[in-house]
Design a binder for this molecule. Sequence first.
Ligand SMILES: [Mg+2]
Length: 165
Amino acid sequence: MKNFYPDYYFDDIYSATPEMFLERGIKGIIFDIDNTLAPYEEELPNDKICKYLSALDKAGFRIAFVSNNHKERVEKFNIFGYYADYDAGKPSRRAISRAMLHLGTTPENTAFCGDQIFTDIYAGKRLGLFCVLVKPIKDKKTLFFKAKRMLEKPILNSYLKKRRG
Ligand SMILES: [Mg+2]
């Protein structure tokens, strides 16, 4: 069960501040894209996200994107020129390990931020990364997504209960 629990759960990515990462000794931050940094239909990062990432950049963090979405989506979004991997197949750990290699970081000083427990958090936790879960910006209305969120719910509830207790 502990591999499904994030270290932090926030309403949005902006709550994951440079100070918070610094306190945890983080040097590299790997981000999921869809619903973590931008809704599916936004091809480019908005101003707020650009400012957020540039603040992390300036604070000295090494940044990467690891997305299960396709090449075109990821490359178009990555106007920053960060290391970015697509078709990552999360919860497979492979793409995240590869991103750490590129960043020159280790599981002890790398954070992973995503919106899905069964792909993002599960992959990150099994590698021993510091994991931040955020509320999805805007879910697709498909049955598949609704089902996924429904399955996440009991885990999220037990995590929140544990956090309170
Ligand atoms: Mg996502």
